[in-house]
Structures are given as structure tokens and as C-alpha cells.
Design a protein. Structure first.
Length: 582
């Protein structure tokens, strides 16, 4: 007879170990084939294999203390008793066990409620981060699931996941458009996606995560970030665009702070900063001389960080500083970031080192070699040509004719309104922000003005055609208008998700009009964020009155056109019934 014996004592020490040896010997003396699973700290626990369990004719459990998990033996003849009698008389205990064994009933357990944890992060750390977190939370609760979502926004991590939260979770959802640290999720089932899908299709995101999430191991990628490990975690590896967005997300606070401080220096007069020793000069030194000077190195450094983790920061920032000093601008900073990141990652992965020098690799060898490579390429290959391109571009943008201004305004305005915080929107925004380093402020003005249009337009539409919107949409319209004033395009997303074929063209038309008017009026914006609040800073915006008119014109166009095209719920239902009848 094949016998399985399990022993366990409260202390998990000698009692369990001794009982296992005594019962094993007594069973062998009876001619039984025996295997033992001893729950003791004196030796590792080796669980029975499925084959051993399937072939067992009898399961004997001598245990005291916490109840053991026995559901794997359901249906098998079993005898469960305290460990002390087995220690006192092993042979007699085995005889009694053989006589009194009964089939172990299957344990009826209630279906386990899935427990989820999630992390959301977008490049700006404002709207998408929190809206996707809210969508995941509300949807999970409606499905009866437990969830906790950590938001990595512009003010840092909020509602942070504890070690207990992560340990008890059945699945981890990472909805991020930038790289986030995944090392704490080692060994957990993890699914990666963007904030857009999590916001627009939260139920599908959760269901796909529970179905397709795969075990995460940091060694699958480069460093703790695991730049390529997404292949084993439900999403393709981050590409160049995501690395760029990571750099932009770290650069933005520097640019916003610097731009606002420069704007504050203009409160004392446009040229007041030229007088040394004045407060205006000090503000210009902080904003322009320091914050803006760090803009390109930070962009480059964190592109490299996204690609190669911490070893990429030093060569990336050095390359960015060279791009800035060589006049290569933000284009040079982007190039140096990718050069530094990929060279550092190549060194980390492909260059073998003696084990004695392995610890020096991330702090000495990789930064040194990658910095040398990036710096030499920037100085002798990239710097001069890109600086020439930037000089031509800056001169063109600062002296463009009305036809070119119209074209650029249409492109920037339409892109800002196409996907409301998505990849196209962020590409236009990143381009406009990058030009601030070369004192080109017109595209930034057009980008922010157009970015305010979708949310403002939806708010106006719900006011003009109130009867066409249900109560929930009317409330969303009020919130959308406020978000639009704050330059948060994402306020229009609920409307775009419900009626994309009407909302998106209306928003793009309004955004294009605003972009064109902003460029034609010669509006210039020094602060790349802030919405309506920037309007109250003296001299932060050139052509302030015309700028406000441009925003109002685009928002009204969007709101009026959509209020005409919008179909009420009753009309949509009637149309659907008509189509079904046909």
C-alpha cells in the first residue's frame, strides 16, 4: 500500500521532525510504501507531487496547531489526528489509522473575489493619471472586485501600494504611458497597458488583465525597470515614443516652474531683468538661467533613464548639456537621450565583465563609456548639423508669413484636439514645449489655447442644447468646462467616447480655428501650462486680448456645431430601432 504521511507541530521544530521519522520507520516495518511531508523548520518542506497523491491508498495526518490545507487529498481515504499519540506509540497509531480512515470530503469554498492592485501614470501626471484610476476603481467595484490604485501624478505617488497590498493581490495592472518602477511586483501576475485603454475601456482592461497577465520577473528586462519585460507581462516592450514621453514627463515640471518664474519677472517690465541686483533679474536668473538651462539635460537624461534605468542618467544628462551648449536644442537633447540610453543598455547586456568587476559596472564602467560615446558623437557628428537645423527652424518660426502661420496653427490646433491627451496630442505639445528652449513662444501659445477648446466646447454644447443631453451628460458638461479652463483636454473624453464621429471633428475644427487665430495674432506664451490662471500673470502672454478671443472663438465653434449635430438619447434609440426594422 502507498501511504502518504504528513506531520506538523505548533513550533514547527523537533516534534514534527521526530514524528515523521518514527512513523516512516513504523510504516516501513509493516511493509508499506511510504512518503513523508514534514512541516518543520529543521528541513525544507517538500510537498507531495500530483503523481504521489494520485497513487496514494491512504493519507495519514499527525498534526497539532494551525489547520493544514488538505483539499488536495479530497476523496482519498484519510486519518487526521493529534501529533502526540503518534509520538507515544507510532505502530499503534498506524494500526488505528488504517482501521479508522475515511474518505476526505471535498471542501466547498466560495468563489474567491479577485483582488487587484493598479498603478496609473501619464506624461503630464495630471488628467489621464487620475481619470484612468477612477475608471478602474469604479468598474472594479461594479464587478464586485477589490482594487487599490496608486496614482503616480505630478505631485508624486498617491494612495501608494503597500507590501501587503501587493502580496495579497491576484493581479497587477500597470496603466502607464511612461516607464514606472516594476521591481516591487517581482513574482506577481502583471498586465501592462496605457492610461487611454484603462480610461475608455476599463472593464475590458480588467477582464483582459485577469485572463492574460503573466508572471513578472525583473531579470526579463534591463535593470529594475525592465525595459523589455513587457513581453512577459501582457504588453509589448516600450518603444521610442514611450521613452520620449518619459523624458517629457520629467522635463515638464522644470519648464512649467521656469516659465512661470520668467513670467513673474516680466511683472516689473519686459526688460526690467536687465538691471542687475533687482528682483526681476533674480527671477530671470532662477527661471531662465537655471530652470530653462536644465530643461534639455533633464529631457535627455530621463529618456536615457527610461531605456537603461539609472546607469543611463549620467550619460543622458551630459549629452543633453552638450546639446544645449552646442545650440542643438531640444532635437539634439532627444538624440543624445537615445544615444546615451541605448549605448548604456548595450553595455549592460552585451559586454561581459569578470564577477569581481560586476559591481562597478552600473556606477563606473557604463556611465563612463556611455558618456564618452554620447559626448563624442554629439560634438563631432550630431551637434553642428542639428544646431544648423534648429537655427533655420527658429528663424522660420519667428519670421514666418501669414500663410505659414495659418498652416502651423491648423496642424498644432487639430493635433491638440484629435485624441485629447493621447499620443497625437502629446506629440504636438512636446514639440511646442521643446521650442521654448530656443525662445520660440508662438507654437506654445497655439498649443495651450487649442488644448482648452475640446473641454470648453463640450461644456458650451451642454448649455446651448440642454434638452439633447441626459442629466449625467449635463453634469459632465459643467465639469468639462471647468477642466477646459485649466487646460485639461481630457474633460471632453466622456463625450468623445460616447459619440466620437461627431465630437472629434467638432473639437478639431474648433482647435484648428483657435490655433490659426493665435498664430495670426502673434500670441506668445512663456508658461507651458496653467490654462486661464496664466492670463492673470502680467506679461506672461503677448497679445492677451486677442489670445482670449482666439480661445473663445474655437470653443464657441466646437460648442455650437456639436449642439446642432448632437442627437438625443431618444433620437439615437429611434434610429437604432429603424435600422433593426430594415
Amino acid at each position: 500500500m502507498n501511504i502518504l504521511i504528513i506531520t506538523a507541530c505548533p513550533s514547527g521544530m523537533a516534534g514534527s521532525f521526530l514524528a515523521a521519522r518514527l512513523l516512516e520507520r513504523a510504516a516501513q516495518q509493516r511493509g508499506w510504501q511510504v512518503a513523508v511531508e514534514c512541516h518543520s523548520r529543521l528541513e525544507p518542506v517538500i510537498p507531495f507531487t500530483p503523481a504521489q497523491i494520485a497513487g496514494a491508498g491512504l493519507v495519514l495526518v499527525a498534526a497539532s496547531g494551525p489547520a493544514l490545507e488538505l483539499s488536495r487529498f479530497a476523496g482519498k481515504p484519510a486519518f487526521v489526528d493529534d501529533i502526540q499519540p503518534a509520538l507515544n506509540d507510532p505502530a499503534g497509531w498506524l494500526q488505528r489509522a488504517a482501521e479508522q480512515a475515511r474518505p476526505l470530503p471535498a471542501v466547498q469554498t466560495a468563489p474567491k473575489t479577485p483582488r487587484l492592485v493598479a498603478v496609473t501614470a501619464c506624461p503630464t501626471g495630471v488628467a489621464h493619471t487620475f481619470m484612468s484610476a477612477e475608471a478602474l476603481t469604479d468598474t472594479a467595484k461594479s464587478l464586485g472586485y477589490e482594487i487599490k490604485v496608486e496614482t503616480q501624478g505630478s505631485v508624486g505617488a498617491q494612495n501608494a501600494l503597500s507590501a501587503d497590498d501587493i502580496r495579497e493581490a491576484d493581479c497587477v495592472i500597470v496603466a502607464a504611458d511612461i516607464e514606472v518602477n516594476l521591481s516591487r511586483f517581482n513574482g506577481k501576475r502583471l498586465f501592462r497597458t496605457g492610461t487611454g485603454p484603462a480610461l475608455k475601456q476599463p472593464r475590458q482592461t480588467i477582464e483582459t488583465a485577469l485572463r492574460e497577465a503573466k508572471i513578472w520577473h525583473p531579470q526579463n528586462g534591463a535593470g529594475a525597470k525592465g525595459a523589455d519585460a513587457g513581453n512577459d507581462a501582457g504588453k509589448k516592450a516600450p518603444g521610442s515614443y514611450q521613452h520620449l514621453l518619459t523624458g517629457v514627463s520629467f522635463m515638464l515640471p522644470m519648464v512649467v516652474a521656469g516659465g512661470l518664474i520668467i513670467a513673474l519677472s516680466f511683472v516689473f517690465g519686459i526688460e526690467a531683468f536687465k538691471q542687475e541686483g533687482t528682483l526681476a533679474a533674480a527671477l530671470m536668473q532662477i527661471g531662465g538661467g537655471s530652470a530653462f538651462a536644465l530643461m534639455i539635460p533633464v529631457l535627455s537624461g530621463y529618456i536615457a533613464y527610461s531605456i537603461a534605468d539609472r546607469p543611463g542618467i549620467a550619460p543622458g544628462m551630459i549629452g543633453g548639456m552638450l546639446a544645449s551648449s552646442l545650440g542643438a536644442g531640444f532635437i539634439g537633447g532627444i538624440i543624445s537621450g537615445f544615444l546615451a540610453g541605448y549605448s548604456a543598455r548595450l553595455l549592460a547586456r552585451r559586454v561581459p565583465m569578470p564577477r569581481s568587476l560586476e559591481s562597478l559596472k552600473p556606477i563606473l564602467i557604463i556611465p563612463l563609456c556611455a558618456s564618452l560615446f554620447t559626448g563624442l558623437v554629439m560634438i563631432y557628428v550630431v551637434g553642428a548639423p542639428v544646431a544648423a537645423v534648429m537655427a533655420v527652424m527658429t528663424d522660420f518660426l519667428n519670421n514666418m508669413g501669414s500663410a505659414n502661420a495659418v498652416l502651423l496653427g491648423i496642424i498644432i490646433g487639430a493635433m491638440m484636439c484629435f485624441d485629447m491627451g493621447g499620443p497625437v496630442n502629446k506629440a504636438a505639445y512636446a514639440f511646442s514645449v521643446g521650442l521654448l528652449a530656443s525662445q520660440t513662444y508662438g507654437p506654445m501659445a497655439a498649443a495651450m489655447a487649442a488644448g482648452m477648446v475640446p473641454a470648453l466646447g463640450m461644456g458650451i454644447a451642454t448649455f446651448l442644447a440642454r434638452r439633447k443631453f441626459n442629466p449625467n451628460e449635463q453634469e459632465a458638461g459643467k465639469a468639462s468646462f471647468v477642466l477646459g479652463l485649466c487646460f485639461i483636454s481630457e474633460g471632453a473624453i466622456p463625450f468623445a467616447a460616447r459619440d466620437p464621429l461627431r465630437v472629434i471633428p467638432c473639437c478639431m475644427a474648433g482647435g484648428a480655428l483657435t490655433g490659426v487665430l493665435s498664430m495670426l495674432f502673434g500670441a506668445k506664451l512663456l508658461a507651458p501650462h496653467g490654462g486661464v490662471f496664466v492670463l492673470f500673470i502680467p506679461n506672461a502672454i503677448e497679445q492677451l486680448g486677442w489670445y482670449v478671443l482666439a480661445i473663445a472663438a474655437g470653443a464657441l465653434l466646437t460648442g455650437v456645431v456639436y449642439s446642432v449635430l448632437k442627437r438625443s438619447d431618444a433620437q439615437m434609440l429611434a434610429a437604432g430601432t429603424d435600422m433593426a426594422a430594415r
